[in-house]
Design a protein around this ligand. Structure first.
Ligand code: FAD
Length: 485
């Protein structure tokens, strides 16, 4: 193909990587000079509640670091990442006009607001006579490809996943060897976007636990598949082990694509058939990400609307004090408090514990799942517009393929089962570090002497439970029964 001398624009969105980036690959193979741009868009008309929310604090931190990593990888190839702020369709069409672009290319994001922005950009470019190219995006399979007979998305995971498995995702694309750089007009400075906290700088725990960016995403995947995946099917439920991939924020920001993960995992199983069961389980978790995103495609207001309308009548309580105790990890239930503190400190929480703390909020405290979802949205580095509300609704019982309403996690038994010697709790709730394992998930059952010898004074060094498990369970069952009636 003859190279055009006019530059092609690649618009980066939640796909902050160079490999398996179809839009970048397309432009690179044309041989034309490339302008890479990222737009911080909090202004487009398409971005309005409830379908869209600005990024939460932890995700903003991640975005800043991820953009820095992308800048550095592009710079190694002599390309500058141009940063612009504003409504994306306007910012990019103006850029395309200013530099006389040959084509603008980007990857699809199958979410309602993102699709609308994409449509607006296509229209603006059409008006200028500049072609646009859109490529399959950040999912294994586009939502349009997995529909039931009525044209609706599937609401039950198992048949959904079977359909996705049957489609066999395409092989990932390599990163371009060379990228012909182009003159780049002036853009914003990343620091001026103030994505990272300064006063106060609360991100120390995030910096200590994570390295955003494609290089780190690939290394994390390789490290996981090289060994840690062994036993995943069992270990993945244990917060006291390092048994999961830790890929979720990398996937959230598209530093790695789901099909890269998919094919690498399948390759690992082909090379070592003993891993087959663990790989299948791991891929089905990736399937839940896909399921949540397909659900979001059909239900753009997933973060605010109960999927099951019966829940609109649910008698949620309003109780600021309990909500605050939950957020701060001061409920008196050690596994809940450990999870909430892990979240605050590191921007993540183990999946099993996410389920326990979510169940505790909606069932023990009878607080609206949207309160918990919003807190997670602000504090998770992997806060995802599909996975977060879909999982909250799943736990609350109001969602798709949801946990039955009568499934009320017992935080004591969950702790004893999945953190049997209490090492996870000891790590995040240091006040209890000297408590023997038999009391670590129920400190209030220890005698005063036992507590004293562990240095624990209930309600002074560590709270007594803010609700009684048995009574809270009865209250929740009654509320759910009333709603169903
Ligand atoms: P692994 O066990 O290694 O799984 C591999 C990948 O599969 C993950 O990286 C993730 O992309 C996907 N995945 C795993 N479990 C789920 C699941 N239940 N739903 C959707 N995708 C899944 N995940 C997010 O990515 N963003 C969120 O905002 C989010 N909010 C959640 C809220 C609640 C209340 C609950 C119960 C779960 C939530 N999850 C969310 C799902 C899950 O907890 C995380 O994806 C997982 O803990 C990430 O760790 P990992 O990458 O080591 O997972």
């Amino acid at each position: 193909m003859a190279a055009s001398s006019r530059p092609c624009i690649v618009w980066f969105r939640d796909d902050l990587r160079l490999s398996d980036h179809p839009a970048l690959h397309f432009v690179a193979t044309r041989g034309a000079p490339i302008v890479c741009v990222y737009v911080l868009d909090e202004e487009s008309d398409a971005l309005h509640a409830p379908a869209w929310r600005p990024l939460g604090g932890a995700a903003r931190w991640w975005l800043a670091r991820s953009l820095r990593a992308l800048q550095s990888e592009l710079a190694k190839r002599g390309v500058t990442l141009l940063l612009r702020k504003g409504p994306a369709a306007k910012a990019i069409s103006r850029l395309a006009e200013d530099i006389g672009a040959d084509t603008v290319a980007w990857n699809d994001i199958a979410m309602a607001p993102h699709r609308r922005i994409s449509d607006d950009l296509v229209a603006a470019l059409d008006h200028l006579g500049i072609p646009s190219r859109i490529f399959p995006g950040d999912l294994l399979v586009a939502p349009e490809q997995v529909r039931n007979k009525d044209g609706r998305g599937l609401r039950v995971f198992t048949p959904f996943w079977k359909r996705v498995l049957a489609t066999k995702p395409d092989k990932p694309l390599p990163a371009p060897d060379t990228l012909p750089a182009s003159e780049v007009p002036d853009g914003d400075r990343l620091d001026d976007w103030l994505l990272e906290p300064t006063h106060p700088d609360w991100a120390g725990g995030l910096r200590g636990n994570w390295t955003p960016g494609e290089v780190s995403a690939q290394a994390t995947l390789a490290d996981f598949l090289d060994g840690r995946i062994q036993g995943y099917a069992d270990k993945r439920d244990r917060p006291d082990t390092d048994g999961t991939s830790r890929l979720s924020p990398h996937l959230r920001f598209g530093e790695i694509s789901p099909r890269q993960v998919w094919h690498a995992a399948r390759f690992a199983a082909d090379n070592n058939p003993a891993l087959a069961g663990d790989v299948e389980k791991f891929l089905s978790e990736l399937g839940w990400r896909e399921f949540c995103r397909h659900l979001l495609y059909d239900v753009p207001d997933l973060a605010t609307r109960n999927l099951q309308p019966a829940f609109d009548a649910f008698p949620w309580r309003s109780d600021e004090e309990s909500l605050r105790a939950w957020q701060l990890g001061q409920t008196g239930y050690p596994i809940v408090d450990a999870g909430m503190r892990q979240l605050w400190h590191t921007g993540t929480m183990h999946n099993r514990v996410r389920m326990v703390v979510a169940s505790f909020l909606v069932k023990h405290l009878l607080l609206d799942w949207r309160e918990g979802e919003a807190w997670f949205w602000d504090t998770l580095v992997d806060a995802d517009a599909g996975s977060n509300p879909a999982n909250w609704q799943w736990v609350a019982g109001s969602g798709a393929d949801a946990a039955p309403y009568f499934r009320i996690f017992n935080p004591i038994l969950q702790g004893e089962k999945f953190d049997p010697d209490g090492s996870y709790v000891r790590r995040w709730v240091p006040e209890l570090v000297h408590l023997p394992a038999k009391f670590i998930h129920k400190p209030w059952t220890a005698t005063p002497v036992e507590l004293a010898s562990a240095g624990v004074r209930l309600d002074q060094t560590y709270p007594a439970p803010i609700v009684d498990h048995g009574q809270a369970r009865k209250r929740a069952l009654a509320a759910y029964a009333r709603t169903r009636a």
